[in-house]
Design a protein around this ligand. Structure first.
Ligand SMILES: NC(=O)c1ccc[n+]([C@@H]2O[C@H](COP(=O)([O-])OP(=O)(O)OC[C@H]3O[C@@H](n4cnc5c(N)ncnc54)[C@H](O)[C@@H]3O)[C@@H](O)[C@H]2O)c1
Length: 392
């Protein structure tokens, strides 16, 4: 449904994005994937309970035809899941080869021209970058030696990149966010993007925080809590997985508010994020925020946000947009980190010498300007000098 303005405001050229850039047609898409449980997409959708059964039944045969491939999984990285529908091999290197065979077979069996991978698997335990992540040689050696700092999501990412398949990372897992993967992406001219879809509470945060800063309203504290009862919530009940998520959720405010530039307003705020697993809510998450702000002469005020959201209804369109845009990126010969897709992520990947851009509105401008750039249209700067005489 998104549109894009082209040229001057007086030209009134505002095409749909899908008509402006050559995206793959939805009717040409084929979906496939892995899981550690054997349920086909129809059974999994019934269990998840996001969409009404009546709606699912209308596409039951199509959904039943999507059967997962066996996953690469270890409980060392996701403590609270115990799936048995998994591959078995001696080394992580062998697992990578098996995943590459799956990807190649998927492409051939469905007679596809191109493939894109989007990670929508669970959040893994918190891992720090180590020596093994610093170069492709070290990483490949680590795969062969079953290095413990190589998590399953990294094995999938390696397999995809090795085959030149663009890889978008919807979880906060490291996955492709380290030098070995940058090297591989460069070697195979493959786009990568991540991390962690921006859908609920953090989306709200990156909408509100730029507004507070724009009006120079100060912040004393921002308390965010969530209750959710889906499988994601269950996984995040483990402190290791929660830590990965927490890091991702905490990072946004500092970059947007720039305490180093506005010390009187933002150098002392207290930021807390909690996630609580609460089964009765299922996928219908409640994201509750309390902001203690202050205005002129330091007078305190409060803002409360209670977002009764639906996790998957917010996330699914992002998965689709990313699949289409990552495919476009590949055809535009964009390789490595796709910063223009930061719009979709809680912790956008960025080069080590840059800071990430979290402000949703700057992210959207960046995305649209990139689309204009791809199509050879002029960038829109919002200067407006063409319309007013006082610029002369
Ligand atoms: N709104 C959202 O839904 C949202 C927003 C931001 C980020 N995320 C992230 O996206 C990821 C998925 O979220 P979800 O709500 O769809 O979770 P989910 O639990 O419903 O789905 C994850 C699936 O991945 C499977 N899985 C786990 N490890 C695997 C492996 N190694 N190989 C293959 N399959 C594996 C699980 O069995 C499960 O079916 C999580 O990391 C979550 O934090 C989701």
């Amino acid at each position: 449904m998104g549109t894009i303005r082209l040229g001057k405001r007086t030209e009134k050229r505002v095409p749909m994005i899908k008509e402006f850039v050559p995206l793959a047609e939805l009717d040409d898409l084929v979906f496939g994937g892995w899981d550690i449980f054997e349920d086909n997409a129809y059974q999994a959708s019934l269990k998840a309970g996001v969409l009404k059964k009546g709606l699912l039944d209308q596409i039951q045969p199509e959904l039943e035809a999507i059967k997962p491939m066996r996953g690469v999984f270890s409980r060392d990285y996701v403590k609270l899941l115990d799936g048995k529908y998994i591959k078995s091999a001696k080394t992580k290197w062998d697992y990578a080869r098996m995943l590459m065979d799956d990807m190649t077979a998927f492409k051939e069996n469905n007679r596809l021209d191109r493939v894109v991978a989007v990670w929508t698997g669970s959040t893994e335990v918190f891992l720090k970058k180590e020596e093994v992540h610093q170069s492709l040689d070290a990483f490949e050696k680590g795969l062969k030696e079953n290095h413990p700092a190589i998590a399953p999501s990294m094995i999938y990412a390696y397999a995809a990149l090795k085959l030149g398949i663009p890889y978008a990372n919807g979880a906060p897992n490291l996955s492709t966010d380290f030098p070995a993967m940058f090297e591989l992406a460069k070697e195979t001219s493959t786009p990568i993007s991540g991390k962690d879809f921006k859908t609920g509470q953090t989306l709200m945060k990156t909408i509100l925080a730029p507004g507070l800063k724009a009006r120079l309203l100060g912040l004393n504290g921002w308390f965010s809590t969530n209750i959710l009862g889906n499988r994601d919530g269950e996984v995040l009940d483990d402190p290791g997985s929660f830590k990965t998520k927490e890091e991702s959720k905490l990072s946004v405010l500092d970059q947007i508010l720039q305490p180093e530039v506005y010390p009187e307003l933002y150098s002392n705020y207290y930021h807390k994020v909690r996630i609580n697993y609460y089964p009765p809510r299922g996928d219908n998450k409640e994201g509750w925020d309390n902001l203690d702000i202050f205005g002129w002469l330091g007078y305190p005020m409060q803002i409360k946000v209670d977002f009764l959201c639906r996790d998957s209804i917010l996330a699914a369109p992002i998965v689709l947009d990313l699949a289409l845009f990552m495919d476009l990126a590949r055809r535009a010969n964009f390789t490595g980190i796709q910063e223009w897709l930061s719009f979709y992520y809680k912790s956008p990947m960025h080069l080590p010498e840059l800071y990430p851009e979290h402000d949703l509105f700057i992210q959207l401008m960046k995305l649209k300007n990139t689309l204009r750039y791809i199509m050879g249209e002029e960038q829109i700067t919002h200067l407006g000098a063409d319309y007013y005489e006082y610029y002369r």
